[in-house]
Design a protein around this ligand. Sequence first.
Ligand code: C5P
Length: 308
Amino acid sequence: MVHGVPETIVRVRVPAKINLALGVGPVGDDGFHPLATVFHAISLYDEIIAEPALPGRFLVETTGVPASADLDGDDHLSVRAAKTLAQAYGDTSLGVALSVRKAIPVAGGMAGGSADAAGALVACAELWNLDVSPDDLAEIGATLGSDVPFGLLGGTAVGTGRGERLAPALTRGSYHWVIAFAWGGLSTPEVYARFDRLAADQDIVHPEVPPDVLTALAAGDARALGAALSNDLQAAALDLRPELRATLEAGLELGAVGAVVSGSGPTCAFLAADESAAIDLSTALPQSAACSGVRRVTGPVPGARLVG
Ligand code: C5P
């Protein structure tokens, strides 16, 4: 306990995302690509625990992944989130000790870093008892990373701009997914750079969300959704990690109704027709695909939320 600071612990659970569609346009002057995407939050969560710390102290400890200076230093997106929130809404007496329990892979294409930032924003707003609206949090989140606003919102949402402009999508029912984790990660800027190189001699148009994805979601039709999954970054991710092609093919051969690289990869997402098909797929996939592990999840789920 920090002397003179009431003992309070705030816990927040925040989901990973996959992209059901990811349309990418030509890179802009700001170095970002215009997107037309459908984000989908799945039941794979990081947990952020926030406890009081001395004024001006912003600490983070990460568990669940191998130790790394990047993950425990001032550059950790959750620390940047806490500091940005304190500067915008708080005063100099604020401080926080964050614990990040990771289940979302680092550099996996599932917005794990953004999830931690979103979780830290919600946790610190509660810990510090700040009068900050969800829209205010999303605005701060967008300055930290393109996927942070979706980490706050969750569910299924159309994302435009850099991915930070969100509109909830009309969806019916719940979908059963099997997620295949890869050995090692992929750098998002590197995947976008490879996208640019592969697209160099093509006429890249401004992206739009494919209507068949939205129609399938509104109908709650897993097979139609599986057929409609798309990702403009997939070719770049496969170019950098050719072995992912075999992973995607293995999942489809084992009965997945759709398979797609998640965001910038290398995690792959497989849609199953129903829960029992997902159980079968999650059992069989590790034997057929070169992945570091699989997880059965459902979506959509809510964004960053207080626990307990
Ligand atoms: O916004 P975020 O920090 O997640 O972006 C990481 C990197 O991914 C950016 O620096 C940029 O290279 C790339 N990016 C992009 N277009 C987007 C989102 C991200 O080129 N819409």
